[in-house]
Design a protein around this ligand. Structure first.
Ligand code: ATP
Ligand code: MG
Length: 138
């Protein structure tokens, strides 16, 4: 069993497709172990995406991520990190496989509906960024 952090970004919440996204995760066997809705401050978005702080899109990305409420979840399952990213599709929606969340819903490389951790170390760090152990169901 593995855990990963998933975020439904402000564009996903704005499009009113929280249910569609969660259904895709659950139907592939991922189980929600924690869930909250929150509007990130600019500082919280900068902290979360600190790994990208030198990238040209950092300013725009952190503005976007703090522009409206997001849904933040811990998903658990076998190979959860990879499975979640498979359900999401490629970062650039134009390259995302048909039937993935980003292929179906994203409107740009930045406005791409969902975030998912990319490795066990980043998943652990990202989960701890938003949740205490007490908030994560056994
Ligand atoms: P995420 O980390 O959000 O799950 P990812 O791992 O597929 O997505 P990253 O390379 O980590 O992609 O980029 C983080 C986010 O930054 C992307 O999801 C996207 O919103 C934005 N982004 C990435 N590349 C670009 C770009 N070239 N121009 C604008 N925004 C970008
Ligand atoms: Mg990433």
């Amino acid at each position: 069993m593995e855990q990963t952090l998933s975020i439904i970004k402000p564009d996903g919440v704005q499009k009113n497709i929280i249910g569609d996204i969660i259904r895709r995760f659950e139907s592939e066997g991922l189980v929600i172990k924690a869930l909250t809705m929150h509007q990130l401050t600019k500082g919280e978005a900068q902290g979360f995406y600190a790994v990208h702080k030198d990238r040209p899109f950092f300013e725009s990305l952190t503005d976007f991520m703090s522009s409206g409420p997001v849904v933040i979840m811990v998903l658990q399952g076998i190979d959860a990190i990879h499975l979640n990213r498979k359900i999401m599709g490629a970062t650039n929606f134009k390259e995302a496989e048909e039937g993935t969340i980003r292929s179906d819903h994203a409107s740009s490389i930045e406005h791409n509906i969902v975030h998912g951790s990319d490795a066990p170390e980043t998943a652990a760090w990202e989960i701890a960024y938003f949740f205490s152990n007490l908030d994560i169901m056994a």
